[in-house]
Design a protein around this ligand. Sequence first.
Ligand code: NAD
Length: 333
Amino acid sequence: MADFKAFDKTSKVLITGAAGFIGFHLARRLLSLGASVLGFDNLNDYYDVSLKESRLAILGRFPRFTFVKGDLADEKAVMGLFESFHPDIVVNLAAQAGVRYSIDHPRSYIDSNIVGFFNILEACRRHKVAHLLFASSSSVYGNQQKTPFSTADNVDHPISLYAATKKSDELMAYAYSHLYGIPATGLRFFTVYGPFGRPDMAYFKFANKIRRGEAIQIYNHGDMYRDFTYVDDIVTGIEHMLCNPPRKNELGDAYKVYNIGNHQPEQLMHFIEVLEQALGKKAKKEYLPMQPGDVYQTYADVSELQRDFDFKPETTIEEGLGKFAQWYKTYYK
Ligand SMILES: NC(=O)c1ccc[n+]([C@@H]2O[C@H](COP(=O)([O-])OP(=O)(O)OC[C@H]3O[C@@H](n4cnc5c(N)ncnc54)[C@H](O)[C@@H]3O)[C@@H](O)[C@H]2O)c1
């Protein structure tokens, strides 16, 4: 059994991107445990804002939840959060997500993921926090052939600006951790799915098209593998880490990056079949070539997660997509 501390519910946790998919699920878990959570989000319209509002409405039922609307790129707004709330733990999930969108909208990635994250680092420097956790992504592995993807692998070959900003976040956090003694943990998430998910992601788009009887677009003619990870597993992984800042490494820096993925790459066509079964309807299909920025496969090595937190994601796509479909049918009637 790994030696780690359970989440201390007296901790005050700042979650940026709390109206987002993962931020919402994490906030709800911590609030259910009795913690105080300050959520921050700019509620941008990258995808349906009403979904973000629905998530916030659920979080708003918890008396210990406070929400501030603002932009990470706004230095004063970010500093103000720390001055008023004095967080013990910061989880930075706010970002411009999505690989394909970064091809046509590069600037929003620099604003949110680089300038925005820099503001978080500066605020952590001025207001000491016990632990900073931040979202990175499996996309940092680019088109790596070697599997599974390990945090020891060289990730100097991003194939999208999104991936480049996430790798940059890891480097900036390392430098701040080293210079100012900020304990920091980077989280490389692998294709997260589940209820209240992101409408820009493939499984959600597929569900929309299946509902409307339209053809779904299947890239690289279906020859792709993704390590699909159910959102509750991501949240459990983060929950285990919150009160366990990294031990100092051999260079004396309290910094660590973890993969959080299902370590079970699924063939895209099989994933679609399971989704069709869960939704109770077959999809019309349109087969297309690979898209720029897309990677062929993702596959997480989670041995460090298992070693340090005695945990690895276990939810099968049958179970996870079943829960997604149940939510989807109720939400969209
Ligand atoms: N979902 C996945 O599969 C996945 C995979 C790898 C990494 N990630 C990363 O995990 C994090 C959370 O992802 P998600 O799937 O919940 O995405 P999401 O888009 O649902 O959530 C991000 C939230 O951040 C907010 N936001 C964006 N820019 C902001 C800014 N400048 N200021 C304030 N708020 C801002 C958005 O309004 C949104 O609500 C992101 O950093 C993402 O890059 C997600």
